[in-house]
Design a protein around this ligand. Structure first.
Ligand SMILES: Cc1cc2nc3c(=O)[nH]c(=O)nc-3n(C[C@H](O)[C@H](O)[C@H](O)COP(=O)(O)OP(=O)(O)OC[C@H]3O[C@@H](n4cnc5c(N)ncnc54)[C@H](O)[C@@H]3O)c2cc1C
Length: 464
């Protein structure tokens, strides 16, 4: 029976646009006329989801190479829980995908030093917005339809359980049925859905601060729609990636990652985490979540005057608001409204446990504390040189990790491990991360598996 479209793609982020272009190109190469639609819930002015807002760091050492330990890094960070098969194909095809987007006009730049103090990374000039814009321009040449203000909310099956399309709701709330041969879920995660956040992350999840305006579009429908027809879950539902930001700031991404050079205390003036556990890229997510668990979901980064002389400090303090400053710790505690006695006791105890050694902000210097819990494993320096200064910080959610299970052909898997015919997924809709996000892998994954999903969807249609 004639369908409205051959392939419907839900979501116009990196995964969705990559799937759209890939499907369009593959069908053209095969000589088939495949009608493709991308359904995006936002207005055109806001399109692109998280992909629009990310600077999009890639875990690559140059234009042709991933980090040599790319695959192992992900397996290690996930504590072995990520699907090895899925990671392996990502590692195998990520560079091809990068070459593909470069041939569509995306230019890469090296970004030394501002993410990993022990190395560097690559990223697109113009960030994620540039990637999705270039992909969109290319899809237009193939006649792919991109419809805005269209929210997909239900997959439709026939009496035999075959997927035959989906229901969408337009801006005015009117529902429409779209029939398709294949559907690709690329609607991101559920960080904008208070019900799902509460269910999976906890009752306080509503207090989680968000990082980018696109969060509100990430309601998790793609995940729930797939569950409704029997898809299996994957990824750590109770966890997420987040950042540490100035709690006073009204702007997005006012991050403060210089906590590594000071101490973090809560409302009681107590430390609660090893601030120097790892280099910044490896620790800010842990700080973000630990801060969220403190009373009032807030913490304070405390520095002394010595910290100000660190040359690179500015790149790790993105807020435009000045810090609180005081001549002594009592005054500082009063200014920020925390217990002076608690702060003084914490700083005294901390200072007594700092071991001698050379402080070096450009590497994991091993300058640590002894005999205190939590320890500080690197950059432990006495806080004893007034004036003291402080930033109040909150943890944010950038993206959630729980989603649908997929195989390395981007096919959505049912609970019995078998693919659900006609259903594909890519990007944050796929549940993939556990324990710790491996920085510089998410956009690569969205693009690579979006491309695979587009290819596979065309194959499945043309085989019939
Ligand atoms: C601040 C920030 C910084 C980041 N930095 C990095 C980084 O440096 N490197 C990295 O690799 N990753 C980074 N990430 C993660 C990365 O941006 C995402 O993992 C990736 O962009 C996700 O792409 P996606 O296509 O899956 O989702 P998105 O880009 O979020 O796109 C999903 C789209 O689907 C639409 N949508 C949702 N539901 C529906 C529905 N029901 N119907 C229709 N449309 C729908 C949304 O409106 C959105 O446009 C960062 C994320 C954030 C927020």
């Amino acid at each position: 029976m004639e369908k409205d479209y051959d392939i419907a793609i839900i979501g116009a982020g990196a995964a969705g646009m990559s799937a759209a272009l890939s499907a369009a190109e593959v069908s053209k190469e095969m000589g088939h006329d495949v009608r493709i639609v991308v359904l995006e819930r936002s207005e055109e002015a806001d399109w692109g989801g998280n992909s629009r807002w990310t600077t999009s760091n890639f875990r690559m050492i140059d234009e042709s190479h991933l980090y040599p330990t790319f695959e192992e890094d992900i397996m290690k960070d996930s504590e072995g829980k990520a699907s090895r098969e899925y990671v392996h194909r990502l590692a195998h095809e990520a560079i091809d995908t990068i070459t593909w987007i470069r041939s569509r006009g995306v230019v890469l730049e090296a970004r030394p030093g501002n993410w990993s103090i022990s190395g560097f990374k690559m990223g697109p000039v113009g960030g994620g917005l540039e990637i999705i814009t270039k992909l969109r321009t290319s899809t237009e040449k193939f006649g792919v339809s991109l419809l805005f203000n269209m929210t997909a909310y239900k997959l439709i099956q026939d009496d035999n359980g075959n997927l035959i399309g989906l229901l969408v709701r337009d801006r005015s709330g009117v529902s429409r049925r779209i029939t398709t041969h294949a559907t690709i879920l690329a609607g991101g995660g559920f960080e904008g859905n208070c019900e799902m956040l509460t269910k999976y992350i906890g009752r306080d999840a509503l207090a989680l601060r968000t990082d980018v305006p696109a969060t509100k579009f990430h309601m998790g429908e793609c995940i729930n729609m797939a569950f409704d027809i029997g898809a299996a879950p994957s990824g750590e539902f109770g966890n997420y990636h987040g950042d540490v930001v100035d709690s006073r700031s009204n702007t997005y991404r006012a991050s403060i990652r210089a906590y590594v050079y000071g101490i973090l205390v809560n409302n009681n003036g107590e430390r609660f985490i090893d601030e120097g556990m790892d280099e910044i890229s490896g620790s800010f997510e842990f700080m973000s979540r630990a801060i969220f668990k403190q009373p009032g979901h807030i913490a304070y980064v405390i520095f002394d005057q010595k910290t100000r002389s660190i040359e690179s400090l500015g790149k790790d303090v993105k807020t435009s608001l000045p810090p609180y400053e005081a001549r002594d710790l009592t005054e500082l505690a009063e200014k920020i409204g925390i217990s002076p006695a608690g702060l003084i006791r914490t700083v005294d105890e901390f200072n007594k446990t700092v071991e001698p050694g050379e402080f070096n902000p450009t590497k994991l210097d091993g300058k640590h504390t002894s005999g205190i819990l939590p320890p500080k494993s690197n950059w432990a320096v006495e806080i004893d040189s007034p004036p003291y200064f402080c930033y109040p910080v909150e943890g944010t959610v950038q993206f959630t990790w729980g989603g649908v299970a997929c195989d390395s052909h981007a096919r959505v898997l049912a609970a019995n491990g078998k693919p659900i015919s006609g259903l594909y997924a890519a990007g944050e809709t796929v549940g993939f991360y556990y324990h710790h996000f491996t920085p510089g892998t998410a956009v690569l994954m969205a693009l690579t598996y979006g491309r695979i999903a587009g290819f596979e969807a065309v194959q499945s249609i043309t085989e019939h």
